[in-house]
Design a protein around this ligand. Structure first.
Ligand code: OAD
Length: 258
């Protein structure tokens, strides 16, 4: 008889829990894209917030006072994303969703679009999408509140502007102090309340309300697993840990039965 080491034991338990559940929720953060080459935010050396201050780049105030600086930082990140690919972790989740329609709700804090590019559908993107833009303000010339600006002019290195009222386009991401997209958050909360198993992957658990979904799931009776090579703020919520990289462990958890 072979004895499993603690890691193999945890993997086997997580895999069993996932495969036995009919309602699974997966909450991902930047770590799920780390092995695609996308930097995380809070990793000590390589995280974006080790080199940049969030208040200079990820707030509405920062954009209003220095629109070029913020626009160009996002433009640079957008451009880098064109050269990265979904990794085996994104693919394992997407393949599972395709094999088991309706069974897994994928909730992400990531704005990189890699889950969607791997083939995941109905991704609840709580922090928006870096590939998209939206207007900063309602159109100053519109007669009705729902009318948006329409004509944009763009100068290199500047955010595109409305040619008529001067309104600016901004990245369609959630900045600090902003509300999350209401529909995505509502659907994520519903999934957290109903799931039997929640897997929390590659997030420090430092940002709410996203991190609160793990607490919601636990309080509602779900089995909660954390997949992260390092300790996270959500470890206290977890029934079990998987201390490894997402691109390696997700295929082991969600792959086909042999
Ligand atoms: P963080 O940078 O805070 O956390 C990333 C987590 O990924 C850390 O806990 C790492 O240990 C873990 N990690 C690193 N490599 C990994 C790997 N290969 N496999 C699995 N995990 C790995 O990123 P988030 O928790 O996603 O918000 O950050 C949450 C939010 O804070 C982001 O969405 C962003 C940021 O400010 C907005 O932009 C609104």
């Amino acid at each position: 008889m072979t004895t499993l080491n603690p890691d193999e034991e945890a993997l086997a338990q997580a895999r069993q829990a996932v495969h036995a559940a009919s309602r699974i929720a997966v909450l991902t953060g930047a770590g799920v894209s780390a092995e695609s080459g996308v930097p995380t935010f809070r990793d000590a050396q390589s995280g974006l917030w080790a080199s940049f201050k969030p208040e200079d780049l990820a707030t509405e105030d920062a954009f209003r006072s220095h629109p070029e600086r913020v626009w160009n930082w996002y433009a640079e990140r957008r451009s880098r994303l064109q050269h990265v690919q979904p990794n085996a972790g994104h693919v394992a989740l997407a393949d599972f969703q395709q094999r088991h329609p309706g069974r897994l709700t994928l909730i992400t804090q990531n704005v990189d679009g890699l889950h969607q590019r791997a083939g995941s559908t109905d991704v609840l993107a709580l922090h928006g999408s870096i590939a998209d833009d939206r207007w900063l303000d309602p159109c100053a010339l519109a007669r009705r509140p729902q009318d948006a600006c329409s004509v944009t002019v763009a100068q290199p290195g500047q955010p595109p502007q409305c040619a008529e009222c001067g309104n600016l386009l901004r990245p369609d991401v959630v900045w600090f102090g902003e509300m999350l997209p209401a529909e995505a958050l509502r659907a994520a909360e519903y999934a957290a309340l109903r799931c039997q198993v929640m897997l929390v992957v590659g997030t420090s658990g430092a940002v709410y309300p996203a991190a609160g979904l793990a607490h919601t799931a636990r309080q509602a009776g779900a089995q909660v697993w954390v997949l992260n090579p390092h300790p996270s703020e959500l470890d206290e919520v977890a029934h079990g840990f998987l201390r490894g990289p997402a691109a390696e462990y997700l295929p082991l958890i969600f792959g086909e039965d042999d």
